[in-house]
Design a protein around this ligand. Sequence first.
Ligand code: NOJ
Length: 623
Amino acid sequence: MLTKNSRIKEIYANPIGRDIINRVLLQMKISKKAINNPIIGNLKIKDLPKLLKNRLDDEFIDVLLNLSNTEKEIVRADEGPIKKAWWKEAVFYQIYPRSFKDSNGDGIGDLQGIISKLDYIKKLGIDAIWLSPIYDSPNDDNGYDIRDYKKIMDEFGTMEDFDQLLDEVHNRGMGLIMDLVVNHTSDEHQWYQRAISEPDSKYGDYYIFKDQPNNWTSIFGGSAWNYVEERNQYALHLFSKKQMDLNWENENLRAEIHDMIRWWLEKGVDGFRLDVINYISKSHGIPDGSESIGKVMGLYGMEHYFYGPNLHRYLRELKEKVFMPYNAFTVGETPGIGMEMSKLLTAEDRNELDMVFSFDHLETPGHYKFDDYRYDLNYLKKYMIDLMENYGNCCHPSLFFENHDNPRMISKINPDPQYRNVLGKLLAVILLTLRGTPFIYQGQELGMINQDFKTIEDLRDVESLNLYRELTKSMDKDKAFKKVLAGSRDHARTPMQWEDQEYAGFSTGKPWIMMDHDYKNCNVDAQLNDEDSILNFYQKLIALRKEHNVIPYGDVIFTNKMVKNLFTYYRKDENEILYVEINLSPNKKKRAKLPEGERLLSNYEVISLSHLQPYEASIWKIK
Ligand code: NOJ
């Protein structure tokens, strides 16, 4: 058992301790190597706050110890051969249905729209599609607030449309995974309605009610509790006021969720992306969150649910009772989870999830999503080296830069239009040549960028609108809007740009969210006809990935690790060696030495012998 008298190195030998310490060091911009220094490693953990000049306090140490004591062993970075699996070789494509393709002119994407574009997706080289939620929903959070798990949202179509979609995906040799949102439901779900109207029925305990609210805050702002008059109690919502957290401690509820998932598996879906799945288990009794962590994180209570006491048990139960019999694939969305915790959730012999999405690479240290700053690719390099070298062969990483919850990556790195094309391709190279399963978010294959929203009325997302309301209490409107704009999820939610015609060929009617004029230059139609386009590059790169088995399964060997702005690595197995050479900056970079071999693909047609071009990314086959 770890105590306040345990040494820092002992805490660091614990998986949770290590992840939390790493995160603190990262935010404080202190190198992890500090822990290897015997003077620091041998200090007692209770001395850490003093060492960090009281940027942490004793309460933080208590939380660190409590969480660390829930796990003992670090998952070995097993170097045995990687076990083969279809999803380790697959390239996934995420569709945000509301904004992908509208077939009936109501300005909202739908299932028939998706069906009409399956050939496009197939031609890109995609193996499996992840569909953001399409279930019946009042759309407080665009479908992440489900009213009925077994019904399709009216705006998206019918269950017949869904069955057709699934068939047509399968007929093209692709897989389909659904979004599974089971941390919460809409407050309009009948379970919640009955929990309120019939508190003594079995539903009465399906959600998390308390006589008094505690200090937890919602991820979308404000208190995490709604007063429920009918019960004279408070109900928990970690997200919007209409997304009520389910009580996973209730066995009947878990059994209902299992049944619902089986129902979709019986239809033939190939797996699921599990929404905020690491939040499903909350500390028993729902105690107050730590004040100091709340202040630092801007979120109270998270230490009681981001890695809750029964998380592993619930996941194993799901896997054994539901996913395993159908051989279904799972990728968990796990915000706040570090590398060691990811391993604990995905190591093959632990029977929990196949993969997770962690988010540590999406912001550089010291920055948050709503900060307006330039993302330094050298951080991505450092992150990827760590991930590739330490994740081990019994766990498999997911690779992604974009999704429906984050601004577009090119805009974060360098919005200068002269680099858009090469930067979009550079990101593709990193995504598709490292070891891990790549996820491409719709529009990323075109190099779509952040939208030019002009006023708060242009935004639709509940998170952005809540934040704006909160910020304008203490700052002027322009400043608040600018901050919201830096991180707004709406940047990624504008319609897919298909053609240079009104509404970008997304719809014949006015889209549900504004779009600027970018579609005139950046659209599928134009890029299909342009040899040098980002889209064509993605197509070639995905094809290349499929020809070279070394990419999903081979070793990754990094060189020039300490050289700023240079990211180079070999992919190697017994049959072949590939070499990837990337300039992470917009300036020319001296080339170490021209590789001996054949250049397979590059974001520059002509390269120089002495220098890498700005943001050059080239893949070589070594003799
Ligand atoms: C994560 C989803 O990706 C996001 O869009 C949603 O708002 C929250 N989970 C709540 O479901």
